[in-house]
Design a binder for this molecule. Structure first.
Ligand code: PLP
Length: 235
């Protein structure tokens, strides 16, 4: 609790990497459909907080969760319990590959936004808050400047070299990519997007871990060089 205000943190992007409750958050929420599940087959969520808060949300007459349906299907709960033991290993690999890609993409001359890179404005802050040995998260962004270039790159990555898939979700074992400005953040107007640092060509990438790193990186390089060879890139 900070100045009488309850702090709620959505930790969907960074399970294991960050432990908001240890850092003072009153309530931590997760979309379990993402990294925690690790597959694209479960829709679930979690609210983690003190018993009095959770109990009040489940109050028979007035609790929001009670009224909206908080009970997880028992089979789904069991399946999830089978995936939690390897969440740490999976997160380490998501984060490791994201760091390797971010470094290599930057060397190719791309504008990369990833908190693991030393030039990221919150690099030191995240380093001071994150649990050691997990890295800096499994999501990175490449700023391709225009939506056309972003779409062309994603198209090559998905359809020519099989590097990943175009999808707005995250936390999957395959790499997922989306152009945030025209998908997940399209409800924001141009000014709000600019304030949030979302350029029209921003490609958000949730880094997966299937295949070898060398194989995956060569798929990325091939798609990028194809893009560079196209007229669009030369103009
Ligand atoms: C940070 C974050 N929190 C919560 C959600 C909601 O997830 P769900 O659709 O599983 O409820 C999403 C979905 O993309 C998300 O990105």
């Amino acid at each position: 609790m900070i100045r009488g205000v309850k702090v709620v943190v959505d930790n969907t992007f960074a399970p294991m990497v960050l432990s908001p409750a240890r850092l003072g958050a009153d309530v931590v929420v997760h979309s379990i459909s993402k990294f925690i599940s690790g597959g694209a087959d479960i829709i679930a969520g979690a609210v983690c907080g003190p018993a009095n808060l959770v109990n009040s949300m489940m109050d028979l007459q007035h609790g929001a969760l009670m009224l909206l349906g908080p009970t997880m299907n028992a089979k789904v709960a069991f399946e999830l319990s089978e995936r939690i033991p390897h969440l740490a290993l999976r997160m380490k690999e998501h984060c490791h590959r994201a760091m390797v890609y971010a470094t290599k993409m930057k060397k190719l001359g791309l504008k990369v936004i990833y908190p693991g890179l030393e030039d990221h404005p919150q690099h030191e802050l995240l380093k001071s808050m994150a649990n050691k040995e997990y890295g800096f998260g499994g999501l990175l962004c490449i700023d391709m400047e225009t939506e056309e270039k972003a779409n062309r790159l994603m198209n090559h990555l998905q359809n020519c070299t099989q590097f990943g898939f175009m999808a707005v979700s995250l936390g999957y074992y395959e790499t997922l990519m989306s152009c945030s400005g025209s998908s997940t953040s399209s409800e924001l107007n141009d000014e709000e997007q600019a304030l949030a640092g979302i350029s029209p060509g921003l490609v958000r990438m949730s880094v997966g871990f299937v295949g070898t790193l060398a194989q995956k990186w060569s798929q990325f390089e091939k798609a990028f060089s194809r893009l560079q060879d196209s007229e669009l890139y030369k103009n």
